[in-house]
Design a protein around this ligand. Sequence first.
Ligand code: PRE
Length: 315
Amino acid sequence: MSGSVLTYTFLGPEGTFTEAALLQVPGAADANRVPCTNVNTALERVRQGEADAAMVPIENSVEGGVTATLDAIATGTELRIIREALVPITFVLVARPGVKISDIRRVSTHGHAWAQCRLWVDENIPNAEYVPGSSTAAAAVGLLEGDVHYDAAICAPLVAAERPGLNILAENIGDNPGAVTRFVLVSRPGALTERTGADKTTVVVPLPEDRPGALMEILDQFATRGVNLSRIESRPTGQYLGHYFFSIDADGHASDARVADALAGLHRISPATRFLGSYARADEQKAFVAPHTSDAAFASAHAWVRAILGGEPGA
Ligand SMILES: O=C(O)C(=O)C[C@]1(C(=O)O)C=C[C@@H](O)C=C1
């Protein structure tokens, strides 16, 4: 970190969809942008205080959760999500000049990108072998640096446009034209981001073991307080077979009474519950709040209980 200029790490190299997400952050274009070869390194540099925040992919509308990110933020020194960004995803197939589609034997890209182009690959290059890449841009750049054991890459159109040494062999090869990836900006714990009325809260809840109905109890904390969930995924903790945590996104902000109450309920059921942040929704969609779950309803209910405890008439 240098002076007042912020430093952001991101899943690189330059030209990844992750960098496009970072560039949506006001001021990021003029900030120090540090590309990292994987999500863990990007987050670790934030944990160590070498960067202010990291932009990492968390969820794709076709392929689902980005497990590297879900796992990295669920464990280790606590981090906070302070912002989210949505990026529409389109893919191109690129190769060095002179290479034709019929020449392609091996293709490299990020695992999530490969999964989003499955149908196109099956139809057009069915015999191509997949070579895992650390990101879409890294796969494309590898072609230019030579000495790689693949002859084509799947990447963002921008990567190809910015590198004249790459030939576009096919455009729009994603199987779902409306594909979107969601990214999160992750920082160290600090003051809670401001409530906007269109917010999201992310938590990690380890499932209490050997307790019938434990998942139902967790879900109930949200349901009874009228809190809608927009994502829930189970991930193995890695400790031993059958040990899981749930990664959950809920509508609302930790300073909304109904969300705060649900968080307290989660902590009672699963004390190792990890709060990962409350932040503004990228789509600015306001949460529906039933009258009996509004801040006013909670305040009035608490005042009523206080009156009873104080020996005053309740009603
Ligand atoms: O490789 C990139 O360009 C990335 O930003 C990573 C990533 C991902 O992890 O999902 C981001 C968006 C696309 O869905 C494919 C790959």
